[in-house]
Design a protein around this ligand. Structure first.
Ligand code: ATP
Length: 541
């Protein structure tokens, strides 16, 4: 079919037709929207996913791109006009054999949300969306055509229902849209990109469209620990499906990583530096990569990483791009629009601020008193809530402080930072996560994305370099909305952050130390108070 030609929808098969069992080779039209290309300027767009609207739906005359989108369109209309649309019989298959992958039902369940319900659902869940033809949010994992084994794995992982960010990101991602997503720390962003990736890779495998091919998706993250965590979660959710992963980070043997990729993986999770190595020096074939995720995107597009991330992006053949962080600013938004057109912006909860579930306790501590202060906290049964993470600003500081706390309190305290070998970082993180050790002193390597499940207390011994890093570090104390505490040491040396810190504390309703609120580096704007009136009243007193 020539470009721009419109095929009569008579050739389109709809779920109500007799032939429920579509055979790929029988299809003369695109079955799934990801097979369809992006619409060129001036071309019709699919009313469901926004890709090239190659066909006209025979029942509504709308532009659509595939059988899948036709189904979604008819289902939505049926839901609105309450005409029951016969959903295909689901094939129940026993999950005995781990290696068994279940053919997913080819058609999404009937979405039961009316247009006005969608608006109120988004309002209620603080989901803000910006873009064209945005797919409706899902209410449950089984309502968007995921492989049944994947839904089973989600349930087994305790994910009984999607979080707000997952409700909106998963359907948008499955519709192959490029996304820029900002949502609170600990709100489930990782699964929101892993679930569609696993579904996409499993389908490609099921269709056996090519016997030998390269990886299908890449997730980029700024730290090795975060890559480890993302890959672990991918393995858990992809268990028993035709889905293999490769971890590509510095510090691990390069040859093993290349060998694993060349033996066939669906997903690569890596840090920019090592991935560039594979691309440039070892010519790993990434032509089949159709999904590119940048986790902690604001960090990856900062000076140090940006060139590498863009170099990897340019080596791919115009993939679906999905970018995630809890702190995304306008500069990142502008840059993201250059990576893909027709981008959907999704914002959930209260991003750009510390998670509301974290109680911020900021105390003024002179640098010379910091050690004594942290010893007191850790020795206090009332204030110390292990397991705890202590953030410092330097690698040497992490080693020295962990030794000092061990000596002063008798507790075994370990340090993690970039100078340690990958084995040491893995082993120390394992000991902390398994509860063998109850305090870890670290630099920013654990500051972003790390899902330190049992941690509900963080101590910022040193303030980080930016208020964004502050938001991510205090965010380690609360996952999925569970209460946590962040104890923060601040003094004059942190004056460049006083304004933003005071603003963040004021917004959260957290107490502000007098030295901070009275400092000349804390502008009245950040405190929302008129200091002149305050000073003149003191002049009279
Ligand atoms: N649908 C769900 N139901 C229950 N728990 C979930 C669900 N989705 C994610 N979780 C859990 O919530 C925790 C936080 O998830 P995740 O680490 O993906 O958050 P995040 O938004 O990426 O956080 P950050 O911004 O800090 O990286 C994890 O322990 C994860 O297992």
């Amino acid at each position: 079919m020539g470009q721009g030609e419109k095929d009569s929808a008579d050739n389109l098969v709809s779920p109500s037709d007799d032939r429920n069992e579509l055979q790929v080779e029988d299809l003369r039209v695109k079955e799934r929207c990801f097979e369809q290309r992006e619409a060129l300027p001036g071309e019709p767009r699919c009313v469901i996913c926004g890709r090239y609207g190659e066909y006209i739906c025979d029942q509504t005359d709308d532009d659509i791109c595939s059988v899948e989108c036709k189904t979604a369109l008819l289902a939505r209309i049926a839901a609105e006009t309450k005409i029951p649309v016969k959903a295909p019989a689901r094939i129940k298959v026993p999950f005995g054999d781990e290696s068994f992958c279940v053919r997913d039902n080819n058609f999404p369940d009937i979405p039961s949300l009316h247009a006005s319900q969608i608006v109120s659902l988004r309002n209620k869940l603080d989901i803000c969306v910006k873009g064209e033809a945005i797919p409706d949010p899902i209410m449950c994992f089984s309502s968007c055509g995921l492989p049944e084994k994947l839904v089973h794995n989600l349930d087994a992982a305790g994910y009984t229902m999607p979080t707000p960010v997952q409700m909106q990101v998963i359907p948008a991602s499955i519709s192959n849209r490029s996304l820029l997503v900002s949502a609170d720390t600990g709100s489930g962003k990782t699964a929101s990109f892993l679930v569609p990736i696993i579904a996409h890779c499993s389908r490609r495998e099921l269709q056996q469209c090519e016997s030998k091919r390269g990886p299908l998706a890449i997730v980029l993250a700024p730290t090795r620990e975060l890559c480890l965590q993302v890959e672990d979660q991918a393995k858990v959710l992809g268990k028993g499906l035709p889905f293999k992963t490769a971890l590509v980070v510095g510090g691990d043997p390069l040859a093993q990583q290349i060998y694993r990729i060349e033996n066939g993986v669906e997903l690569i999770v890596g840090t920019p530096g090592r991935l560039i190595d594979l691309l440039m020096k070892h010519n790993v074939d990434l032509t089949d990569v159709s999904v590119f995720v940048l986790d902690e995107v604001d960090c990856l597009l900062e000076r140090g990483f940006r060139d590498q991330a863009m170099q990897i992006f340019r080596a791919l053949s115009c993939p679906q791009v999905m970018m995630f962080s809890a702190t995304i600013h306008s500069e990142i938004e502008k840059l993201s629009n250059s990576l893909s057109n027709n981008m959907i912006h999704i914002s959930c909860g209260n991003p750009g601020k510390p998670n509301k579930s974290v109680r911020q306790v900021v105390i003024w501590v002179e640098s010379k008193q910091k050690k004594q202060k942290i010893f007191e906290i850790i020795k206090s049964k009332q204030h110390f809530k292990p397991p705890a993470v202590v953030f410092v600003s330097s690698r040497v500081g992490a080693d020295l402080l962990s030794e000092a706390i061990t000596a002063a309190t008798g507790l075994e305290v370990i340090s993690i930072h970039g100078e340690k070998t990958m084995e040491e970082r893995r082993e120390r993180l394992r000991r902390f996560l398994t509860g063998e050790v109850s305090v870890v002193v670290c630099t920013g390597v654990l500051g972003r994305g790390m899902d330190l499940l049992k941690v509900h207390q963080v101590i910022l011994f040193d303030m980080p370099n930016s208020i964004d890093e502050y938001i991510h570090q205090v965010g380690r104390a609360s996952r999925m909305g569970k209460e946590g505490v962040a104890i923060v040491f601040v003094n004059e040396e942190d004056r460049k952050l006083f304004g933003e810190l005071a603003q963040v504390l004021k917004t959260a309703g957290a107490p502000i130390p007098r030295e901070l609120s009275n400092s000349k580096f804390t502008s009245s704007i950040s405190l929302g108070t008129d200091r002149k009136r305050k000073l003149s009243s003191r002049a009279h007193s």
